[in-house]
Design a protein around this ligand. Sequence first.
Ligand code: ZN
Length: 503
Amino acid sequence: MRADQAYDELMRRVREETILTTVEALLEWDEETYMPSGGVENRSEQLAMLAGLLHERGTDPRLGDLLASVEASALLADEASPVAVNVRALRREYDRFVRLPRALVEEIARTTALAQKAWTSAYGAADFMRFRPWLERIVDLKRAEADCVGYVDEPYDALLEDYEPGLRSAVVARLFGALRRELVPLAERIAGAPRRPDSSALRRHFPRDRQRRFGEAVAAAVGFDFRRGRMDLGGHPSCTGIGLGDCRITLRYHDRDFPGGLFTILHEVGHGLYEQGLDPKHYGTPLGETASVGMDEAQARFWENRVGRSHGFWEHFYPRARELFPESLGDVPLDEFHFAANRVAPSLVRVHADEVTYNLHVMIRFDLERALVSGALAVADLPEAWRAAYRDSLGVTPRTDAEGCLQDGHWSDALIGYFPTYTLGDVFAAQLYTCAERELGGLGEQFARGEFAPLVQWLERRVYRAGGRHPSARLIEVVTGSPPDHRPLVSVLREKYEALYGI
Ligand code: ZN
């Protein structure tokens, strides 16, 4: 077989698999938005069948032959060439995939569809016992997955690898430890600060239809392309690529949480900008994909926190917000609103956390799921371990498991190994922001003038178009000149909150 023909066939197959993956994504999007609850059994069968089909194609020995014949050729001579990048990524995926038995893959897909239903019911009733057998099953299945895939240090590494190729749990633990040592004292200093925001105005009534209008206008203004994407109401906020030119965002609004809703929109728009900014030339191949889940999350946290929670952003958008919500914001000056929207206080629920304490929530999940997977923590003991961790890290204790270990749907979705990507994303986002500020200068002033295009273009050039060329840790180093580093995040948070709180 000629190597160039082998590569062409490889690319054709990979693009077909991308089509199947996007069909799967569309079914999941529909489940989140419009599917009636009676459809759940049928949907779990559809998803299980697709997972099986993807597995069958992804483990086809023909793929192994094609990879081997390209690998043995001169096509890989240049390590940075598109061929070399794609073949490296596909080899890694193939080797992982062939180690997973089809029965296990299908069982995970089937179980998670049903476990999500069980979790919804358990969450609604704040009754962990309803979810416990499902979580036990999921932890067993994920441990089986780790054993099949293989690992060097601990089974959690094999699960993390699925989201952050090349990153080890021990490295993440060190990075998180360093960040925790800075965040805890910062949160404590803020708690003892002389100045406090008055956030009562933010709990006034903000009609949802007007929030939606405002959110869509902001999304379009920062660069989200509605001809190639849409927004719908969904169970939990998400952004899903359905293919070139079709990016779906799901959202939810609360009458009495206007800034929270807007930050969520910006978060998902950050994912959407990345998705829409990928190189269409390489669509369907690793080079045209996001670098990792953590790098994807970095784009989201960038727009949510570095842009959305900034003073400059509100200098531009606050007058419009006041026009839309005159009865709630008419008597609230910009500075007061901005301070209130950046209020820091330890809380129980991650998705509502401020940006200083947010990462402490993520670290708790990381520690707990690492212990669940290693077997050091039994599922039965999770609620108590959760309460203890919240007491220790944040000084708050959930009254019910709905406020505690049932608050996220991640584990019902078998997303174990995923949580660390949230904090990695925040760390990367601050590194990117610091670098963009150094290179572009005056970002805050640009936001205040409503200019977001230079920043989007910078991100597109440096991050979006690079696609899967590098693993995330390498990409961050290529772009910013520094490997993953918690210090830029600590600096931006310190600078911002010391000024706001007068500490
Ligand atoms: Zn996200």
